[in-house]
Design a protein around this ligand. Sequence first.
Ligand code: NI
Ligand code: MN
Length: 230
Amino acid sequence: MSSVAVRYLGHSAFSIEHEATKLLIDPFLTGNPKAAVSAADVEADVILVTHGHADHFGDAAEIASRTGAPIAAVVEIAGELTDHLGPEHPIFDPNLGGTVNFDWGWAQWVPAWHTSTTPSGVVNTPAGIVLNIAGKTIYHLGDTALFSDLALPGQRHSIDLAMIPIGGHYTMDRHDAVRAAALIGAPQVVPIHYNTFPAIETDAAAFAEAVAAETSAIATILDPGESLTL
Ligand code: NI
Ligand code: MN
């Protein structure tokens, strides 16, 4: 069995690696005080973006330009990226509910309750991303409040891992995140989107304790740069 390595790069950014394939999600590295790698050094075969806010869109365009990696993002963001990277650069433009198939697996864009505008002012609908690589299903919630439809992806797929924002203020807080973990039903969750800035400081250990006490999941706290294996 070949495994999937999930490396936390800080804030909401991950590198997900299986054999020679590297997926990059929400690569906010430049200006991220918790970034585990620099935008100039990170590798990517594809870049997935949940929404246009600078702390998610991040260095996506620069990394795509340097590496040639395709980007997949909601259609309004994809349009802006085409303007930026040129018509030859491979860009996928799903909308909510849409699935993009890749040679390594697939990714589906699902609803998130949030707002979103790109740094240049393009309004876009924020999303979470459910992806499957090497038979493992991962749900990155993006930025969202708690809402009951977080349970829906788990009704269709067996979610192996969920990345859940816990920092509050811009997203659900750690208390609502425990309820989100229960709704999603994944055996393992990783807290994201906390302690990057003062407004989103929270107690990740307390979140993990509550997840263990109140749900059937286990929360794994990853420091930026750390990985877990699925
Ligand atoms: Ni956001
Ligand atoms: Mn954010």
